[in-house]
Ligand binder design. Structure first.
Ligand code: SF4
Ligand code: SF4
Length: 397
């Protein structure tokens, strides 16, 4: 296993994400298989484990913590996250944090993150009423959090805005980063921003939920010609090994075979050459669906509804390339008069678009697709209501 030094910690380059643990037929976590995987990971040098409040409906923390208790507390690093991204009427960081320590069976977290700082959640995270950030900084002073950071699916400008205000308190940042999102989700720009602020990067979704784990048959030979001994999935990890600032790559593994393959990959650092990287990024372009918007913004000045057209084109592309939840978050954060439904179909944008994109038509399509996506705000409310009821049941019992 390869390691990296971070503030005196020796972190395995491969981190164990616990969002997609093996499950049984009823979707509950298969504890035996999970224990087998965690034991294998520990035996093969993986020492970083990442859980979060909502993973597996709150059970990931319980199961991960239970298995890790088999090992000395100083032999692994445990990361957890505060769920301020779940939209609620009020926030109580203390109640959640104490609950998380109890569920994981630990007295401190090595790494603790604000979960998904984005357009929707930033108002809550920065609202002085809830004292979320001051509360966690205090826990850090008390030694109950060793390192404090955040994860984010925000657009680059929001990420920068957050860093401008709170960057001095943040030790690391976890972003969705892989060779497809390098351009699809502007990850290249986010990496540039984080490097500029000197914030080390933790990677999530390195193989985009498995989408990048295998090349299509007709592409495979081309990659084999470049690297004969590399598996398809390894290309995604080798791409990340060449990116400045990347410290830990989290993989949400669901079975022992995936873990074994990832452990094998992380026995070596073999970043891609320029030629290999170009080939991979060209392949990523083929995976994209949607419209060829280059974000030149020529269309924006003449829009009577003042829509952020490139952002909406980008959201449309993401829906066509298998994305959904980040689009929901981005569109839910917009006021009604900035949504695709606010397009009046005047066509002024279309006449200046160098790419010839039929923008009003795409706006209509995006508005239609949005109706099929779950609302992030609605999901948050449902989760909050379920948690409230569970708490009530516990108090009544
Ligand atoms: S067609 Fe829609 S998006 Fe284009 S300029 Fe008119 S209102 Fe704006
Ligand atoms: S003019 Fe066309 S390519 Fe440029 S930002 Fe607008 S939609 Fe995208």
């Amino acid at each position: 296993m390869r390691y990296i030094e971070f503030c005196g910690d020796k972190l395995s380059r491969l981190g164990f994400g616990t969002m997609r643990l093996p499950v049984r037929g009823d979707r509950s976590i298969d504890e035996e298989k999970t224990a087998e995987m965690i034991r294998y990971a520990m035996a093969h040098g993986v020492n970083y484990f990442d859980t979060a409040y909502p993973y597996h409906d709150g059970k990931s923390e319980l199961v991960t913590g239970k298995v890790l208790r088999e090992f000395p507390r100083d032999s692994f690093y445990l990361a957890d996250k505060y769920p301020g991204h779940q939209i609620a009427d009020s926030y109580d960081p203390e109640q959640v944090f104490e609950d998380q320590l109890r569920k994981c069976g630990v007295e401190y977290f090595d790494y603790y993150l604000l979960h998904n700082v984005c357009e929707l959640s930033m108002p809550a995270y920065t609202d002085a009423r809830w004292e979320i950030i001051p509360y966690f900084l205090e826990q850090k002073r008390r030694g109950r959090i060793r390192h404090f950071g955040f994860s984010s699916h925000a657009r680059p400008e929001t990420l920068e805005q957050f860093l401008e205000q709170y960057g001095k308190d943040m030790e690391f940042c976890q972003i969705q980063l892989n060779y497809l999102d390098w351009t699809l989700q502007n990850a290249e720009e986010k990496v540039r921003i984080l490097n500029r602020y000197g914030i080390p990067i933790w990677v999530m979704e390195p193989v985009r939920g498995g989408k990048l784990a295998e090349f299509p048959e007709e592409m495979r030979q081309g990659f084999r010609n470049l690297r004969a001994d590399e598996s398809d999935a390894a290309w995604a990890f080798r791409f990340l090994q060449g990116i400045e600032g990347v410290h830990v790559t989290l993989s949400g593994m669901s079975n022992l075979q995936q873990l074994q393959e990832n452990v094998r990959i992380f026995e070596e650092e073999k970043p891609l050459s320029e030629e290999e990287r170009d080939t991979l990024l060209k392949y990523a372009e083929r995976l994209k669906r949607g419209v060829p918007c280059t974000a030149c913004r020529y269309c924006c000045d003449g829009c009577p509804s003042e829509l952020d057209i490139p952002m909406l084109m980008h959201a449309y592309n993401e829906t066509q390339t298998g994305g959904g939840f980040t689009v929901s978050m981005q569109l839910d954060a917009l006021p009604e008069d900035k949504l695709p439904t606010a397009c009046i179909g005047c066509g002024s944008c279309e006449s200046v678009c160098p790419q010839g994109i039929r923008i009003p038509e795409i706006m209509q399509k995006l508005a239609e697709v949005r109706k099929t996506l779950p609302s992030w705000i609605e999901i948050s409310r449902q989760r909050e209501e379920a948690a409230r009821k569970a708490k009530q049941r516990k108090a009544d019992a």
